[in-house]
Design a binder for this molecule. Structure first.
Ligand code: ADP
Ligand code: MG
Length: 399
């Protein structure tokens, strides 16, 4: 893994000003955050810096104001939530640079925390304008990035600041980078990847990257249908991207050359209508899907075989559910395989890393989330990492 500075590399920071990029883009309901996971993730970094006597200035985006000020997108909207989670009072600063910030820093005591306004109120943020980054950097002694979820963006506060100040990974960023490295950077072999979800088109780059890196590629969800169809199997009314048949065949070829075994379901759960426990529900071999049926989940025999594959592996990386898990009983394969992975992880035989919006929800639904080695909530950044891309916010932290 590339070496990057962490909070362990900081010397005496008492009285120093820390500019800390965090993810406070909280989902809101009636003026209050409905989920404060992101604040909880940033808490260790914020409190560690504060408790070492730094003046901690938080930088974050909130919504998509696209370079203009909107009172509804001010980070002051989440000030109360942040205070509640941290159990500290924080000072709201309605700017990110200039005299107001300077005065605020004068008022803050050592160990105090300030929350600056939405960095995306200024066009320089998303444009990664060096003048904008320089103006913010002028207030700080060092920069800490604890927002992995925004690290796939080269913005002023996710990347630009690192050019003007000594840059450090916060604790959440550090944990994420270590987990991702253990999963795909430098994993214990054999490695299995589960790629599921709706469409091949949204995960082409993920599949292409993985075939060169893992020994077992388990394809489920709607995207398995595209691969089955590409192999000449009639998938009936299933969600399927027939125009990607050539692409799917190319991926299968590449996997063959790379020594990667691709696992497609050989039995499936089908129905004529997409509803909870429909009358037409049945399980069949992939070759027996009727023209008016849809494949909505991987079948039980295939799941058992996949569990056996996981038992031979040391590392698992998982993105995308195996079936339409939001609707019963099409959650069965995802739930069963997630529980197997969780149990193997708890036994110490598997390092399991998962990510993706629906994947996190599916693992939580299976009661398996807390038993995985690491579950990333970083959405876009996690996918780009699975695509093998260098994330600008991470690259900027490399020593
Ligand atoms: P993630 O958010 O974890 O990256 P995706 O967004 O790619 O995952 O895919 C999740 C969606 O895929 C879910 O809404 C699920 O219902 C859907 N899905 C999975 N399998 C099927 C299937 N066989 N047919 C239709 N939709 C499916
Ligand atoms: Mg999704």
């Amino acid at each position: 893994m590339s070496k990057f500075r962490t909070l362990d590399d900081l010397g005496d920071i008492a009285g120093k000003v820390a500019l800390v990029r965090v993810d406070l883009n909280l989902p809101m309901q009636e003026g209050r955050a409905s989920d404060v996971t992101r604040v909880e993730a940033a808490m260790p970094t914020i409190l560690e810096l504060a408790d070492k006597g730094a003046k901690v200035l938080l930088l974050a985006h909130f919504g998509r104001p696209a370079g203009k000020r909107y009172s509804t997108m001010s980070t002051s909207m989440v000030q109360g939530d942040v205070e509640r989670v941290l159990n500290r009072e924080i000072m709201f600063i309605p700017e990110v640079s200039g005299p107001v910030v300077e005065q605020s820093i004068g008022i803050l005591g050592n160990g105090d925390i300030g929350l600056m306004d939405n960095v995306r109120f200024w066009p320089g943020e998303e444009a990664n304008d060096p003048d904008f980054a320089r103006a913010i950097a002028a207030h700080g002694d060092f920069y800490v990035n604890d927002a992995f979820s925004a690290a796939h963006r080269a913005h002023a506060t996710t990347e630009g600041l690192a050019h003007f100040l000594p840059a450090y990974a916060g604790r959440a960023m550090e944990a994420e980078l270590k987990a991702l490295d253990a999963a795909l950077g430098n994993p214990e072999q054999p490695v299995a990847a589960v790629v599921g979800g709706a469409k091949v088109s949204s995960k082409l780059d993920v599949l292409t990257n993985l075939v060169g890196k893992v020994q077992h590629l388990i394809i489920g969800g709607g995207m398995a249908n595209t691969f089955l169809a590409a192999k000449g199997i009639d998938v009936g009314k299933s969600l399927c991207e027939h125009d990607l048949a050539d692409t799917a065949r190319r991926i299968l070829d590449e996997a063959g050359h790379a020594g990667c075994t691709v696992h497609l379901p050989y039995d499936v759960v089908v129905a004529k209508e997409f509803a909870a426990n429909p009358a037409s529900l049945r399980t069949c071999n992939v070759h027996e899907v009727e023209a008016d049926e849809m494949i909505l989940d991987v079948g039980p025999l295939a799941v058992e075989a996949l569990a056996d594959v996981l038992k031979t592996c040391r590392t698992l990386v998982w993105n995308g559910p195996l079936g339409a898990f939001e609707t019963e009983p099409f959650d069965a394969a995802t739930v069963a395989l997630a529980r197997t992975a969780a149990a193997l992880t708890q036994d110490g035989s598997l390092v399991s890393v998962a990510g993706g919006g629906d994947t996190v929800a599916a693992l939580a639904h299976a009661g398996a989330k807390d038993d995985f080695t690491f579950v990333s909530t970083a959405g876009g950044a996690f996918l780009e990492w699975m695509e093998g891309k260098e994330l600008p916010g991470v690259a900027a932290l490399v020593k």
